[in-house]
Ligand binder design. Structure first.
Ligand code: PTJ
Length: 265
């Protein structure tokens, strides 16, 4: 495996470091080649939202934290991109939200499942679902390899956290009556539009904020958690996310935010 050093002085160091994590993930068999494309798409949308967690995304993060805490069986679904980008954070979130971790891949292979399980174990995970064939169950509503789920995890989950997802499974899980939380930089994707709660943000920034939100909200009563959820409207939130991009692009087009040589932004 190559070491991908990024100079901290590079003006796009943060973005290049994220890329390096994914390339490393690819080299150790965690991320699929398709995952690299998916990341490129995400990066483009991150530019459009300003590479920052918007107020709009923060509202969705609060709702997601409340939903995870209210779930009787909350499950965090792990794919090759999030395993490369935020493995420690996923393990921490599972612990404090009392959620399960399940590996569930679109481009499924035994080798990738094992590589991802290793990364999660190295990050402190004790129990990982989705890799023991004795507990495999099939969800007919899903038309990809993701249909194979763990009987103890996604199969019985009432709340499923499925970051960087494809639309088919989101739709299948929603049809089964599950609350589906996603993180997707593209507010126009099918997943973003179908999920119960959509966080339009980079998963790298979302996970630490979600952990903080769960830490705070787990001290609150169920009534308060229900009130947070009742006050959250995903369609309204998504419309706002698209509107924010629109306004930002209009401001840039009017030359208010264009870069000049030497700008540190
Ligand atoms: O590891 P596997 O086999 O399960 O496959 C994982 C990928 C991501 C390849 C698979 O789920 C897939 O093909 O997803 P899509 O349909 O490409 O959708 C991924 C979505 O995530 C896209 O809408 C991207 O814009 C978005 N995205 C990419 N990187 C990020 C992101 N959203 C948030 N944070 C990111 N870092």
């Amino acid at each position: 495996m190559h070491e991908h050093k990024v100079s901290p002085k590079h003006p796009r160091a943060a973005s290049l470091q994220i890329r390096a994590k994914l390339v490393q993930g690819f080299e150790i068999g965690v991320t699929s080649s398709f995952g690299l494309f998916a990341h490129g798409r995400g990066e483009a949308f991150d530019y459009l939202i300003g590479e920052t967690t918007t107020e709009n995304a923060k509202q969705a993060i609060q709702a997601a934290a409340a939903s995870l805490l209210l779930g009787q069986n909350s499950v965090l679904s792990v794919n090759g991109n999030v395993a490369a980008l935020v493995p420690k954070e996923l393990v921490k979130l599972a612990r404090i939200a009392r959620a399960k971790l399940e590996i569930n891949l679109y481009h499924r292979s035994r080798e990738r499942e094992e590589a991802i399980a290793r990364v999660l174990k190295d990050s402190g995970a004790k129990e990982i679902f989705g890799i023991d064939s004795a507990y495999q169950e099939t969800i007919p509503e899903i038309h990809s390899e993701r249909r194979v789920v763990d009987h103890r995890g996604l199969f019985i989950a009432d709340v499923a956290f499925v970051p960087l997802e494809d639309g088919d499974r989101t739709e299948g899980l929603v049809r089964l009556g599950k609350q589906v939380i996603t993180v997707d930089l593209n507010p126009l994707s099918r997943t973003a539009q179908i999920a119960t709660i959509t966080i339009v943000d980079n998963v790298i920034r979302t996970l630490p904020l979600l952990i903080t939100a769960v830490r705070k909200l787990r001290k609150e009563s169920k009534e308060i958690l229900h009130t947070i959820l009742d006050n959250f409207d995903n369609r309204r939130n998504l419309s706002e996310a698209i509107q924010l991009i629109n306004e930002r692009l209009s401001a840039l087009a009017e030359n208010q935010g264009l870069r000049s040589p030497g700008d540190k932004r």
